[in-house]
Design a protein around this ligand. Structure first.
Ligand SMILES: Nc1ncnc2c1ncn2[C@@H]1O[C@H](COP(=O)(O)OP(=O)(O)O)[C@@H](O)[C@H]1O
Ligand SMILES: [Mg+2]
Length: 379
C-alpha cells in the first residue's frame, strides 16, 4: 500500500475546465498545490492553479515533464489517449488509472464492460460502417439512437433514427467513425449516482440525483430522487459494481435511465466528477471534488450525507445575450449560491457557471434555483 500524498504536495490535473477548477479549489483549500496541463491559457483551472502548463494532450514530452513535477496525476478531461496516460504513469501515480479512461472514452468498450459486469443497458449494437446500419436498425427497432463511439458529449455526435429517417443522413453525423446503435429508452426520469472509491477500496456515494436536460445539455439536478429504498439501493449497487469492475480510484458518475416500468438502465459513465454532482459542494460535508482529492491522494474519504434538500441549475452562455446577468437579483434569496467558472466568452450552450439552492424540500429547492436563474435575465 503506497503512502498517502499529504497536503503541500502537488496535484497534477490533465484538462483545465470547470471540473478541474472546482477540484483545484478543493485542493487549495486543503493546502495542496495544483498544476494543470491543457492547450489553453487563462483557463478555468489555470486561474486557480499554481502552475498552468500549455501543451497538447498528445505532446508526450510535455506530459512526461508535467508528471515529473507533480505528486499525482488525475484528470478532468477524459479524452486523453492511452499513450499520454502511459507516459505519465512512468513518473507519477495516475488516478484513476489510464485503463479507466480508455474504457469510458469509447461507448462500445464501455457498454461491453457494463454487459460483462452483468449490468443492464439499453440494447445496443456496434456499427463500424454504413453497410451494417440497416440490418442493425432492423434488429434494434425504431426509434433508436446512433452515437459516435468516441468523443461525444452534451448530445454531440448522436442522431435519433425513426421509421422514416434517411439512414445515409444519419450515418453522415458519425463523420466516418465507428458508432453504436442503441434502442431508444422511453424513460420516466434520468438519474445519476456519483461515487468515490479510495486507494484501499473504500466506497462512498451521494445517493440518487435526478437530472433534467434541455437540448441534450444538463439543465437542472435535484438531490434525492424519491424512488423508494429498493431502487436507490439498486442504483448504488450498480455504481459499486462499476467502481470495482474498473478498479477506479477517484470519482465516477453513472448516468441512469429510470424506465416507465420502474427499471434502471445504465446510460453512460463519466470517470470523474460530474455536472450533476455540483450540488454536493454546498449540499454535503465533503463534495465530489473533496472526494476526488482524497481518493487520488490515498486519504480516507469524507462524509456524503446531504445537509438539506438542494438543487442545481446550469448557467449557459445564452444567459449573457442581453448583457451581464443580474447577479444581485439572483442572490437576493439567501438560500442561493453562485458559481462562475471564469470563462471569458459566453457562447450559447457553453457552461459558464451554476446556481445551487437549498429548500425545505426538493420541490422548494428546485423552485428557488429556477426563480434565481430566471431573475438573472432581468425584468
Ligand atoms: N438510448 C437513449 N434513449 C433515450 N434517450 C437517450 C438515449 N441515449 C441518450 N439519450 C438522451 O441524450 C442525452 C445525452 O446522451 P448521452 O449518451 O448521455 O451522451 P453525452 O455523452 O452527450 O452526455 C441523455 O442524457 C438522454 O437525455
Ligand atoms: Mg451523458
Amino acid at each position: 500500500m503506497s503512502r498517502p500524498i499529504l497536503p503541500g504536495a502537488t496535484i497534477g490535473i490533465l484538462g483545465s475546465g470547470q471540473l478541474g477548477r472546482m477540484l483545484a479549489q478543493a485542493a487549495r483549500g486543503m493546502g495542496y498545490r495544483v498544476a494543470t496541463l491543457s492547450p489553453g491559457t487563462d483557463t478555468p483551472t489555470g486561474q486557480i492553479a499554481d502552475h498552468e502548463v500549455v501543451a497538447d494532450y498528445d505532446d508526450l514530452d510535455a506530459i512526461a515533464s508535467f508528471a515529473r513535477d507533480v505528486d499525482v496525476v488525475t484528470f478532468e478531461f477524459e479524452n486523453v489517449a492511452s499513450a499520454a496516460t502511459d507516459v505519465a504513469a512512468r513518473h507519477a501515480p495516475v488516478r484513476p488509472r489510464g485503463e479507466v479512461l480508455h474504457v469510458t472514452q469509447n461507448r462500445l468498450r464501455e457498454k461491453r464492460v457494463l454487459a460483462a459486469a452483468g449490468l443492464p443497458t439499453a440494447p445496443f449494437e456496434a456499427v463500424d460502417e454504413f453497410r451494417g446500419l440497416e440490418a442493425a436498425v432492423a434488429r434494434i427497432g425504431t426509434p433508436c439512437i446512433l452515437k459516435t463511439a468516441g468523443f461525444g458529449y452534451d448530445g454531440k455526435g448522436q442522431v435519433r433514427i425513426d421509421a422514416g429517417t434517411e439512414l445515409e443522413w444519419a450515418w453522415q453525423a458519425m463523420a466516418g467513425g465507428p458508432a453504436v446503435l442503441e434502442g431508444f429508452v422511453d424513460f420516466e426520469a434520468e438519474l445519476s449516482v456519483v461515487a468515490a472509491r479510495g486507494l484501499d477500496g473504500e466506497l462512498v456515494d451521494f445517493g440518487l440525483i435526478e437530472n433534467r436536460h434541455a437540448d441534450h445539455i444538463l439543465d437542472v439536478s435535484i438531490a434525492d430522487m424519491p424512488v423508494g429504498e429498493a431502487l436507490e439501493d439498486d442504483a448504488r449497487q450498480i455504481a459499486a459494481t462499476v467502481m470495482e469492475a474498473l478498479d477506479v480510484v477517484g470519482v465516477l458518475c453513472v448516468e441512469l435511465f429510470l424506465t416507465r416500468d420502474g427499471k434502471l438502465l445504465v446510460n453512460e459513465l463519466a470517470p470523474r466528477p460530474h455536472n450533476s454532482g455540483h450540488l454536493t459542494i454546498e449540499g454535503c460535508p465533503s463534495s465530489q471534488f473533496d472526494q476526488q482529492l482524497r481518493a487520488v491522494c490515498g486519504l480516507p474519504l469524507g462524509d456524503t450525507l446531504r445537509k438539506a434538500p438542494v438543487a442545481m441549475a446550469n448557467l449557459l452562455g445564452d444567459l449573457w445575450e442581453g448583457g451581464e446577468p443580474d447577479w444581485v437579483a439572483a442572490l437576493s434569496d439567501p438560500a442561493v449560491n453562485l458559481h462562475l467558472y471564469g470563462k471569458a466568452a459566453a457562447r450559447p450552450g457553453r457552461k459558464m457557471g451554476h446556481l445551487t439552492a437549498f429548500g425545505t424540500d426538493r420541490d422548494d429547492a428546485m423552485r428557488r434555483v429556477m426563480v434565481a436563474r430566471s431573475v438573472l435575465k432581468g425584468a
